[in-house]
Design a protein around this ligand. Sequence first.
Ligand code: ADP
Ligand code: MG
Length: 294
Amino acid sequence: MTSRYLSIEGIARRFSAGGKRTTVFEDLWFAMDKGDFACIIGHSGCGKTTVLNILAGLDAPDDGVVAVDGKAIEGPSLDRAVIFQSHALLPWRTVLGNVSYAVSSRHPRWSRDQVRAHALKFIELVGLKGSETKHPAELSGGMKQRVGIARALSIEPKILLMDEPFSALDALTRGTLQDEVRRICLETAQTVFMITHDVDEAIYLADRIVLMTNGPEAVIAEIVENPLPRDRRRLDIHKQPDFYAVRNHLIDFLVERSRTFKASLPDGYQRRHPPRVRPSAAPNPTPDGDARAA
Ligand SMILES: Nc1ncnc2c1ncn2[C@@H]1O[C@H](COP(=O)(O)OP(=O)(O)O)[C@@H](O)[C@H]1O
Ligand SMILES: [Mg+2]
């Protein structure tokens, strides 16, 4: 076993339907260090949610293992919190009640006051101070998502898993929540694995972007290292010199290479060590003319 904080080691997932067996992916490898923020991008059906469910312990791989902090994952755990596109908030509980419920599962011995103080801290962190006593039915979609984020963060998980968490929100709310999630994750050095189909969201949030080819039998084509500075800001990110280089690289992958990559694997391609690429606007200094190579 490797010593990385999160390590996906040669996992496979196959489903049988109507007597036919489909391999979603096999021999998939990926690793993250503590505090990394990784996004995975790929077309619908390539297996992103399947990977996330395996990380969450909600599904198990047919081959291979996944380990977090040196321990193989066996089923769901409060070490890993999941934020989905829409939230299963408990409708009969208030905002405070929903977050407190998660906190008291994590810390069953804590007193009511301790649970309450801890829950309030995270409610405040996501900007919901003043709405503690509201019920989910009284909240907008964005506010519900904030409760989901507060609930996930309040258990202080080793890994935060997010499956297209902002895709159901309007653009303004999405932007604000992206800002908050980025701020909180940087402040708390939270390790995050997130699925998105939004290229700009990935560039703003992620340190590394995993490119997955179309399914079935999807492979990780590349790991894209985000070339933008850590102190990037959402509103003027497009003025960063490398922004269009990385954006075009991701879009080019989604439009073209996600489909064709497998038919023309690069020389020396290894599933265990997919190429690491750092798109840049700077002229390519290497003589072989591949501006994408790091
Ligand atoms: N429980 C299941 N039973 C059968 N097939 C499944 C199941 N879950 C996922 N799949 C199939 O696995 C593939 C990957 O699904 P998924 O991980 O949801 O893709 P993505 O999240 O990238 O859109 C799809 O072809 C889907 O139909
Ligand atoms: Mg999905």
